[in-house]
Design a binder for this molecule. Structure first.
Ligand SMILES: [Zn+2]
Length: 201
């Protein structure tokens, strides 16, 4: 961490968010369930294959739901936008499509989907899990050659937000080393059971 900012390669940031999403999907659906960190580590492992998998089925599922992934309003079929704009390396494929209502669509404009989400001041934990997975897979695929570069600010910010709602001890030094994740500034490894919703800086 440099001046409170997280700096990660695109590959590490996408892997972290994939693992986090795996964990957060379960936690947020079961507020009384307090899973161990194995769920997060399982998610990191799943990211190896997961980030390589196509996301067509998830996109079709989102389209069938007929709801804006941003505000939840019903959207007519075909109303949506590119997850990653063509001008920023996206393609015209079905996978690069996200259902958005007219209002959200025009607010997003030609921004990258996550860049748009984060720059509105919205939190990563409020983002639809399927939409996040679609985003991570696409970003991984379209930026294959840039995975060792530093992740853009909005992805780093998403990681910071995601990490903040995880108990700090989960990201112990040895895991950081094993997954080359956020190795700095992590000292607490003692087990501490914490109520959900406790935020860490
Ligand atoms: Zn909307």
């Amino acid at each position: 961490m440099v001046n409170g900012q997280i700096r990660l390669t695109l590959q590490d940031a996408l892997t972290f968010l994939y693992g986090w999403s795996h964990w957060h999907r379960v936690v947020s659906a079961n507020p009384k369930y307090y899973p161990g960190k194995s769920l997060f580590l399982k998610g990191l492992k799943a990211a190896e294959k997961g980030l390589m998998s196509p996301c067509r089925k998830t996109v079709i599922h989102l389209v069938k739901l007929g709801k804006c992934v941003s505000c939840g309003l019903p959207v007519p079929e075909g109303s949506g936008d590119h997850v990653i704009p063509i001008s920023k390396g996206g393609t015209q494929s079905v996978e690069n499509y996200i259902p958005l209502c007219r209002k959200c669509n025009s607010s997003k404009g030609s921004k990258d989907f996550l860049e748009w989400w984060i720059s509105q001041g919205r939190q990563i934990e409020a983002l639809n899990h399927d939409a996040l997975i679609v985003y991570l897979r696409l970003k991984h695929r379209f930026f294959l050659n840039e995975r060792t570069r530093l992740a853009p600010w909005y992805i780093c910010e998403a990681v910071r937000q995601a990490r903040r709602i995880m108990p700090r001890f989960w990201i112990a030094k040895k895991e950081c080393e094993a997954y080359s994740l956020l190795p700095l500034n992590v000292t607490e490894t003692r087990y501490q059971k914490l109520p959900l919703g406790v935020k860490f800086q």
